[in-house]
Write a protein that binds this ligand. Structure first.
Ligand code: NAD
Length: 460
């Protein structure tokens, strides 16, 4: 089996790779276990943190190479790739501080009920983590798992998305320049077949970023193990009656079309209050007309992805939606699709209910903000949401009623410190805790009866 990196800007194959075999998964797991034991027994916490910081040095030395690789096989605009690269480099300090602050702690017990007893919460790495990667931010999304997972004391077996294998291998190349045990990070090349073998293998935890349908398949097959699932979103945006149409139109256009619309947290359906609808939409169309698709948006990742988006728009038009702009492929080489805006009045249509992973924005005009909130929440997704208003208090009041793990007011999609505190609600994901370092650890509760004497409540 072969996987290919393709340049989405011209459709040419950049590189071919021979895939690993499903049996390689168990071998990698065994090697990861050995490496992880070594990592925990021969390095103390500070040494581990310092060793992971060596990875930053290696990635810095490879900066131009990493950025060029990601742009080549992802087709992403340079600004986006540089932004996420810089975010990762900064993230090392953040995670190092978190790792240093994360330690076992005593749990206070009431001496009346628990005389002579001490309780300690002992934090332990999961062990070997399977990480099934995604292609839309292949460097960033991988590193925000890898850095905290390593600092927490784990080994990682990582499968990059088959669409961005080269970026995955660049990360491994940087890792190999550090002094960490060589099998602490292993990369498996391949598509869903290898992903499936990883899901059923007895890893100590599983991290997956990708589509909801794949997430459902994983939950059916993974058995019982700790899982972090970062899945699809269908983020609503709400444009309030008091909005500044000029400013908000720019923000909404960026939030909807950046990165080719291939972002988990992007505005994927927009509710505009009718009193400002005409003015806002006309301003939004002006902003969209100015977009330089090649440099500001970029192509879609593959022809199949573009065909899917085009078909979805076509179906929406057949169902009565009004096309305000775009709607088709751009002519020429590369998988470019026009930034597209549709006016929708039927909330049951797929274009509103289901995520579209491309530069498409359906707009629904609503009576007021109450109707917008109600419709925004009528979704089984709960990743992000935005509110556009000149009244910050009103923005917060609406945010508190939105069923999403991340809400931005007059902003969109900027995550805090490398995805720290990033959580999908409903079907948009599973994460078990709030802080990222502890996401990669389990707890052992130790209750120590110091007096070594029989307790009154024991059998006589
Ligand atoms: P996908 O789900 O098809 O593939 C992602 C990875 O899973 C790839 O490495 C693939 O090889 C592997 N895979 C595919 N099928 C598998 C299976 N049955 N078992 C195990 N592994 C399998 O990816 P996609 O749908 O093209 O990705 C886009 C989706 O990812 C969008 O829905 C987007 O919203 C979501 N996403 C979410 C986040 C987040 O943080 N929540 C971030 C980025 C992307």
């Amino acid at each position: 089996m072969v996987v290919r990196s393709v340049n989405p800007r011209n459709g040419q194959v950049v590189k071919e790779f021979v895939s690993n075999l499903p049996d390689d998964v168990l071998t990698a797991l065994a090697k990861g276990r050995e490496a992880q034991r070594k990592w925990m027994s021969e390095w103390n916490r500070e040494e581990r943190i310092e060793a992971v910081l060596e990875l930053r040095t290696a990635l810095q030395a490879m900066k131009d190479d990493i950025i060029a690789t990601e742009m080549l096989e992802g087709g992403f605009p340079q600004k986006d790739v540089i932004g996420t690269y810089n975010g990762v480099i900064k993230g090392f300090d953040h995670y190092a501080a978190e790792a240093r602050a994360t330690a076992d702690y005593d749990f206070p017990l009431d001496p009346a009920g628990w005389p002579d007893t001490k309780a300690t919460i002992n934090l332990v790495p999961h062990g070997v983590i399977a990480h099934i990667g995604i292609w839309n931010y292949p460097f960033w999304q991988t590193m925000i798992t890898m850095i905290p997972a390593l600092m927490a004391g784990n080994a990682v077996v990582f499968k990059p998305s088959e669409l961005t294998t080269m970026t995955g291998l660049k990360i491994k190349e940087a890792f190999d320049q550090t002094g960490m045990p060589s099998d602490l990070i292993q990369v498996l090349i391949g598509n869903a077949e290898i992903g499936k073998a990883m899901v059923t293998a007895p890893f100590d935890a599983l991290v997956f970023t990708g589509g909801r349908a794949t997430g459902l398949d994983i939950t059916r097959n993974a058995g019982v193990k700790p899982m972090i699932l970062e899945l699809s979103g269908n983020d609503p945006g709400i444009v309030c009656a008091d909005v500044n149409v000029h400013e908000a139109a720019r923000g909404v256009a960026s939030g909807a079309f950046s990165h080719g619309g291939q972002v988990c947290i992007r505005i994927k359906r927009l509710y505009v209050v009718e009193s400002v609808a005409d003015a806002f939409i006309s301003e939004l169309l002006k902003v969209v007309a100015r977009i330089d698709v090649e440099h500001q948006i970029g192509p879609l990742i593959r022809e199949e992805a573009r065909a899917k988006v085009r078909e979805k728009v076509h179906q929406a038009l057949q169902a009565g939606c009004e096309l305000l702009t775009g709607g088709d492929n751009l002519p020429g080489l590369g998988y470019y699709f026009e930034p597209t805006i549709l006016k929708v009045s039927d909330d049951s249509l797929d274009i509103i209910k289901e995520e579209t992973f491309g530069p498409v924005l359906p707009i629904r005009v609503v009576k007021d903000e109450e109707e917008a909130i109600k419709l925004a929440n009528e979704s089984y997704y709960g990743l992000g949401a935005t509110v556009w208003t000149c009244d910050p208090k009103k923005g917060e009041a609406i945010a508190l009623r939105l069923e999403a793990g991340n809400v931005w007011i007059n902003e969109h999609g900027r995550t805090i410190n490398c995805g720290e505190l990033f959580q999908g609600w409903k079907c948009s994901g599973i994460a078990s805790t709030n802080r990222r370092i502890t996401l990669f650890m389990k707890k052992r509760t130790i209750v120590n009866h110091l007096a070594c004497q029989a307790r009154p409540h024991w059998f006589k």
